[in-house]
Design a protein around this ligand. Structure first.
Ligand code: IVH
Length: 678
């Protein structure tokens, strides 16, 4: 709930009625129509506000309040189908302590064994189970209530990523016999979702709320041709057989899924202990925006499936798996005011001043409204209750206003027509949504970029903060960030409030950052979408500025953590003439970012490979050489120390069975190629 002074009882009663209506609607749409009009986090936030109001005035609690009940209604529309084995849910943990407590609990139940884990991204889509009989797809079923789902066979058949027949090349031929159930998540990729919505915007249609809703809504269409028209993808995460011993570990399971022709997340990996699990989860918390699908956490399973089975089920969740959830990124609060800000590019961006609210552990008081068009489209008014979202290091944004919670006193906001900083006219390009200050030397523009340039995380120049930068600008000593490197002590000491000593110190501090680490320099340039983590990834991948500026969009997008949008933004920045001039100016003034040694690729270090059978596209020696070049070892016999058995044509049966005995990952040639490539 937004932090507010205590409301009167009458005001609370009014608000409670509206909150109950909206939450009730959310629940109905969610459970009955399988449509979510709000995110779970936003709904939770509203429920929280409701329960706080009810706590203030307990006499206002009624039996029908959403705070007083749980459970929802099942769906009647499709014919129902009972799952052979329930589709369980997962218990959540939210931090290191809870994760380790889970490990302690299971370690007590399996005390004699070493436990390793298998982790995967938790996809925000729609769970689905696919049934294959003798390798042929016979049924697709949604999760439903976990025991009974809906038969969506016709619909799943339209998904290109779902094989109608399991690939015969799988190393474990058993999987092609009898009953094989594949489980996974149906997702819509973020870029496809954005494209669909762009088209709808053009066509003047109502926009879809989010990829998950759209995926779920699409799967519930009764006409399969509608589904075929929407890009949905199935990512597999489980394979079930009547004989549980057919698959000994989850790592092997994922290998088989891939061999059978399913998409699996590249990020799925075995981790040797809980600390490695944790650091992997934290790593992906930061990087998850770069994934092309939404995720709210990681799924962590005990790798050994025998152990997993032995751990059993409590309630509806298995003991041997857990969801590590990232903090909720949405909450509801109120808009106190709407103001505008002039940015580094002259863009005039409206933002909402909010009643402070905690999202994902930080207090949010402001959120961007992007542009005037967005405010109109979303109909956001001063005084509105709104859903605010904060994702990673992205600026918090107002997702939508909750119109049903309006009291009538909300005010419509109008975008200014003149720059609030320099009074120049604001202009808008035809194909752009943003208003910009027409004055190229609008002080606000330069000011914002310079503030960023000297900020912590960027060049972090000692003694040069926002105020000093403003003084230099106001006094006409600098006009851009490169000018800082032209400054002389005499110029500074003449300014009010500076002494000879402090002026000299500033010059020294500026001098000291002339060879900044490449990542900081990249970050300091203020390229859109390049936060400090992306700057690090880029620096590590390219090593120096020249290699980076010459990189193509494709090359940029290949860097882990850099998506297409980011890659395009970087390329566009380097192509821009003004930016090229700026870089030339830096170089002329002796500003030279340090080269980063592109780390020698030793991805396969510590991994032992055994090759059996004939490889097609690669001579055996060549394969061995490539493995060694990446730090891996090649051995001629399979032992417990082997990590991968590479299987070609006519493999040695002994090696295969030994590999299975030791739960060694079996890969085919194309997978080896991929290991060598990625
Ligand atoms: S494994 C015992 N892996 O999360 C359940 N589930 O609460 C084992 N989900 O609705 C599930 N991504 O559909 C697993 N990589 C992933 C997943 C995943 C999303 C969903 C799943 C289910 C929910 C479990």
């Amino acid at each position: 709930m937004p932090s507010n002074s205590k409301p009167t009882k009458a005001a609370a009663a009014q608000r409670i009625t509206k909150l109950k209506e909206l939450i009730g609607k959310y629940r109905y749409e969610y459970h009955v129509n399988n449509k979510s009009i709000l995110s779970e986090a936003a709904a939770d936030s509203l429920k929280h506000e409701l329960s706080q109001l009810e706590e203030l005035y307990p006499e206002l609690i009624t039996a029908d309040s959403p705070t007083q009940r749980v459970a929802g209604e099942p769906l009647p529309e499709f014919s129902s189908y009972e799952h052979k084995w329930p589709m369980l849910s997962l218990n959540d943990v939210f931090d290191e302590t809870e994760l380790k407590a889970w490990e302690d609990r299971i370690a007590k139940l399996i005390p004699d064994k070493d436990m390793s884990y298998f982790v995967d991204i938790k996809m925000d889509g729609l769970a689905c189970s696919l049934i294959y009989e003798n390798g042929e797809l016979v049924r697709g079923v949604t999760r439903g209530d976990g025991y009974v789902g809906e038969d969506v066979t016709h619909n799943v058949r339209t998904l290109e990523s779902i094989p109608l027949n399991l690939h015969k090349g799988v190393t474990n031929k058993e999987l092609l016999k009898g009953y094989t159930e594949i489980r996974g998540e149906i997702v819509m990729y973020k870029d496809d979702f954005a494209k669909l919505n762009q088209q709808r915007k053009k066509d003047g249609l109502e926009l879809f709320a989010n990829p998950r809703n759209l995926a779920a809504g699409t799967m519930r269409q009764l006409d399969p041709s509608l589904i075929a028209a929407r890009p949905l993808h199935f990512h597999a995460y489980d394979l079930l057989r009547e004989n549980r011993e057919d698959i000994s570990t989850n790592e092997l399971c994922y290998g088989y899924l891939k061999e059978l022709g399913f998409i699996i997340n590249q990020q799925a990996a075995r981790k040797k202990d809980i600390n490695s699990v944790l650091s992997y989860a934290l790593d992906w918390e930061e990087k998850r925006q770069s994934l092309n699908f939404n995720t709210d956490g990681m799924v962590i399973k005990v790798n050994n499936r025998g152990q997993f089975e032995r751990l059993g089920v409590v309630g509806k969740a298995p003991r041997g798996a857990i969801a590590y959830k990232y903090p909720a990124e949405q909450a509801t609060t109120k808009v106190r005011d709407i103001q505008v800000n002039v940015g580094r590019t002259g863009a005039v961006t409206p933002f909402a001043v909010l009643e402070p609210v905690t999202i994902a552990g930080t207090t949010v008081q402001m959120a961007t409204l992007h542009n005037g068009g967005e405010i109109k489209r979303k109909d956001i008014r001063i005084g509105d209750s709104v859903i605010v979202q904060k994702a990673g290091d992205i600026i918090p944004e107002v997702v939508e206003s909750l119109k049903s919670l309006r009291s009538g006193s909300e005010k419509v906001f109008k975008m200014p027509t003149k720059c609030p900083e320099c009074d120049s006219a604001l202009t808008k390009k035809e194909d752009e949504a943003v208003l910009r200050c027409s004055n190229l030397s609008c002080p606000a523009r330069t000011h914002r970029q310079l503030e960023h340039f000297v900020s912590r995380g960027a060049l972090d120049i000692d003694g040069v903060g926002e105020r000093v930068v403003k003084t230099f600008l106001d006094e006409g000593l600098i006009a851009d960030s490169a000018d800082l490197f032209k400054l002389r002590a005499e110029q500074i000491s003449q300014l009010e409030g500076f002494k000879d000593k402090s002026a000299e110190n500033i010059i020294k501090a500026i001098e000291a950052v002339k060879n900044p680490p490449l990542d900081r320099f990249l970050f300091a340039l203020g390229i859109r979408h390049v936060g400090i983590q992306t700057a690090r990834d880029l620096a590590n991948a390219f090593g120096d500025l020249d290699s980076l500026r010459e990189a193509t969009v494709d090359e940029l997008a290949e860097v882990e953590g850099v998506g297409e949008i980011v890659a395009e933004s970087i390329a566009a920045w380097f192509i821009d003439e003004e930016n090229q001039q700026l870089l030339a100016k830096f170089a002329g003034l002796g500003v030279a970012p340090q080269r980063v040694e592109v780390s020698r690729d030793d991805r396969l270090s510590g991994k032992t490979f055994v090759i059996t059978g004939t490889l097609e596209g690669l001579a055996r020696e060549e394969a061995e050489e490539k493995i060694r070049a990446l730090g891996g070892k090649v051995s001629s016999s399979v032992s417990a120390k082997t990590n991968y058995l590479v299987v070609g044509d006519n493999p040695g049966e002994n090696k295969l069975s030994q590999a299975k005995e030791h739960y060694i990952k079996i890969v085919d040639e194309s997978e080896l190629q991929e290991l060598l490539r990625s």
